[in-house]
Design a protein around this ligand. Structure first.
Ligand SMILES: NC(=O)c1ccc[n+]([C@@H]2O[C@H](COP(=O)([O-])OP(=O)(O)OC[C@H]3O[C@@H](n4cnc5c(N)ncnc54)[C@H](O)[C@@H]3O)[C@@H](O)[C@H]2O)c1
Length: 269
């Protein structure tokens, strides 16, 4: 039954009774999110291209929280595998309360140095996959109270980023799409995005073209003087899925240590 928005909720961030699909949940942010959402009461579907990592996360989450989990190997660029993910979720939990489109990847791709084929692959992985999985989940989400889709956006998708042209274009499109989904999916389903700043995900950022000295300079430029942890992002997902955010749709929530704020006055150094 829908909660009365004039009554204070006893547990505003509780996800009790939710069944949540998280893509890319074998990785840093998705894995931490699976833990945090399960701790808040959700049953979680841990989906990843890498089944071994998905199974590890699912087992650890179940052990730590006592919640039900399901590990599914999914390549989100395949429509057939996306459908299999939806079917497996419905078979195990009988519903989908929330979808977190979290898969994403991008590396150093300077402007004018990228093939058409690579641009298309990046768009398929980062944007089209989220479009299609959202489409497949929508009829099931519409049946649930406070249902939502949440997207892992990126700071490079909200500012010009010519060093990451394929990834930043794809993430910009993804952020734009989240608002379009929000417009037509209400009032039943909310859709929001988190604009994620630089988060420590181990090797993955180094593979994307950064080195430790660059990451130190990046952290020093943030207002809060450190890169994020996967949990910094996971808590934001918890909020956006929860009853506390029942009146929140179509937003881009920046979680970036103040990385998007730079002084307008140039300094000597
Ligand atoms: N870490 C950061 O600094 C940062 C910053 C901004 C945005 N993001 C975004 O946050 C999300 C999660 O990033 P992360 O740091 O946890 O990365 P990560 O590399 O740790 O995890 C990504 C996961 O996605 C999986 N994956 C890759 N291709 C896939 C496919 N085709 N199908 C299914 N799964 C696939 C990988 O196996 C991996 O487990 C991504 O969308 C990323 O673009 C991350």
């Amino acid at each position: 039954m829908a909660h009365d928005p004039y009554q204070i909720l006893a547990h505003p961030f509780s996800l009790e009774g939710y069944a949540v699909i998280i893509t890319g949940a074998g990785g840093a942010i998705g894995g931490a999110t699976a833990h945090v959402l399960a701790q808040a009461g959700a049953n979680v579907v841990v989906s990843d291209l890498n089944l071994e990592n998905a199974e590890k996360v699912a087992a650890a989450v179940q052990k730590a929280t006592g919640r039900e989990t399901l590990a599914v190997r999914t390549d989100v660029t395949s429509e057939t595998e996306q459908q299999a993910l939806v079917d497996a979720t419905l078979k195990k939990f009988g519903k989908i309360t929330a979808l977190i489109n979290n898969v994403g990847w991008g590396e150093y791709t300077p402007l004018w140095d990228v093939s058409m084929d690579y641009m298309m692959k990046s768009y398929l992985l980062n944007t089209v996959s989220a479009y299609n999985l959202s489409k497949l989940c929508m009829p099931h989400l519409k049946k649930q109270e406070n249902a939502s889709i949440t997207i892992s956006g990126s700071a490079v998708g909200s500012t010009p980023s010519p060093e990451f042209i394929s990834y930043s274009n794809a993430k910009a499109a993804l952020l734009h799409m989240s608002k379009s989904i929000a417009m037509l999916s209400g009032p039943e389903v909310r859709c929001n995005a988190i604009v994620i700043g630089s988060v420590d995900n181990g090797e993955a950022t180094l593979k994307a073209g950064y080195d430790e000295a660059m990451l130190k300079r990046l952290a020093d430029a943030f207002v809060l003087k450190r890169r994020g942890t996967p949990f910094d992002i996971a808590y934001a997902f918890n909020y956006l899925l929860s009853p506390a955010a029942a009146w929140v749709t179509g937003i881009h929530l920046h979680v970036d240590g103040g990385g998007s704020y730079k002084s307008k006055m140039p300094t000597a150094d």
